[in-house]
Write a protein that binds this ligand. Structure first.
Ligand SMILES: [Zn+2]
Length: 80
């Protein structure tokens, strides 16, 4: 059964829908609770302290992957 590992219910960070997931396999997104966005690839210690892991549902993971593929070559990396 595909549902075998689903032991946790949470709210998707992307679309806010409630879904069941396997905490060992779900995609988690680090969110700064002050700004409600990711603290980025080089977060400050303060941002990390405020941050929490939010689960992302499979639909949003797929959408995110698709978006990343679309603008992959021009993805702005290390603009600092
Ligand atoms: Zn979602």
């Amino acid at each position: 059964m595909a549902d075998k590992g689903i032991t946790t219910i949470g709210r998707c960070y992307g679309c806010k829908r409630t879904f069941g997931y396997d905490p060992e396999r779900v995609t988690m997104f680090l969110v700064d609770s002050d700004t409600a966005v990711s603290p980025g690839s080089q977060p400050t210690p303060e941002a990390l302290t405020r941050s929490r892991q939010e689960p992302v549902c499979p639909d949003c993971v797929r959408r995110g992957r698709h978006a990343r593929q679309d603008d992959g070559p021009t993805w702005p990396r290390g603009t600092a």
